[in-house]
Design a protein around this ligand. Structure first.
Ligand SMILES: C[S@@+](CC[C@H](N)C(=O)[O-])C[C@H]1O[C@@H](n2cnc3c(N)ncnc32)[C@H](O)[C@@H]1O
Length: 277
């Protein structure tokens, strides 16, 4: 298997759209009546879900006239939230075909297809002309990308001068080996975590300045604590949640991620950078 196949095989579900539809129906919501809010628990595949997206995207100074690039968009949950909240257009790219196809159907369901395009492409070779986008963001994607130089150079190439690039990735915060499987990889083979200083260096080398960094570790620990308490109280997970994406493997991947966080091996970190002239 080549790199692209390994990543998309890891994330592919097999019947994701039907699983989301079934979860909505348990809550009494028909697919065609679903809202961006209804989808939030399942379509934001990063620590903190919609709450984390709101905190993160709010720092990008997005305006309704803008077109924003979603780097590794997954199902496009953050793209839909952004389009609805800020009125901007969003173009997303992702390597997992099933996520892109499911995300396109979800955009149809909530009536946002006219403002969101999702493409099955690699962020290492963006199919866009230079200086096209007014901003870009990437949430929980860099962990699957070894070549962060090419990734950052590609994002820089397609951004206008003065545009903001927001990153919310899980980064490495000590040298201990991780416990696997984790949500982004079953083994170390497709996990390429980097330290915050490595991200900072590659951003600066590719024309980004004023990089603001915010470690969201305390927020993440609280998020998982609340998730566990809610699951214990309800004696099981809700109809829609990240367990729908990861299926049975979430029972191992989520506790492993919490253990890695607790041991300070990893932390979700926001970086907001501005592209220079
Ligand atoms: C943990 S998910 C996050 C998805 C989305 N950003 C979100 O927060 O909901 C990681 C995503 O990165 C995508 N990905 C990994 N490597 C990629 C690459 N080289 N190009 C495009 N997408 C990639 C995967 O297909 C997957 O959808």
């Amino acid at each position: 298997m080549d790199y692209a196949e390994k990543i998309s095989t890891h994330y592919a579900h097999g019947n994701l759209l039907a699983a989301i539809k079934a979860g909505l129906e348990v809550q009494g919501v028909k697919a065609e009546n679903a809202s961006v809010e209804d989808l939030g628990p399942v379509d934001e595949f990063h620590i903190g879900g919609r709450v984390a997206s709101a905190h993160f995207l709010n720092q990008l100074e997005i305006k309704p006239s803008q077109t924003i690039l979603d780097v590794g968009c997954g199902l496009g949950g953050a793209a839909r939230f952004l389009a609805k909240t800020y009125g901007a257009k969003v173009v997303g790219v992702d390597l997992t075909a099933e996520y892109v196809e499911t995300g396109q159907a979800l955009c149809e369901w909530v009536g946002l297809s006219d403002r969101i395009e999702l493409h099955h492409e690699s962020v290492l070779s963006l199919p866009f002309e230079a200086v096209r986008f007014d901003g870009a963001f990437m949430m929980h994607v860099g962990m699957n990308i070894q070549d962060k130089q090419t990734l950052t150079a590609e994002v820089s190439r397609v951004l206008k001068p003065g545009a903001r690039f927001g990153i919310y990735d899980i980064m490495k915060t000590n040298d201990e080996e991780l416990i696997y499987p984790v949500p982004w990889s079953n083994t170390s083979e497709t996990s390429w975590l980097a330290r915050p200083e490595d991200y900072q260096a590659v951003l600066k080398a590719n024309g980004f300045a004023n990089v603001k960094e915010n470690n969201r570790r305390a927020f993440a620990m609280e998020f998982f604590k609340k998730m566990k308490a809610a699951g214990d109280a309800a004696e099981g997970p809700p109809p829609l949640g990240l367990h729908v994406l990861m299926k049975q493997s979430s029972a191992e991947k989520i506790p492993n991620m919490v253990a890695n966080l607790a041991a300070n091996r990893i932390s979700p970190i926001e970086m907001i950078a501005v592209k220079g002239d």
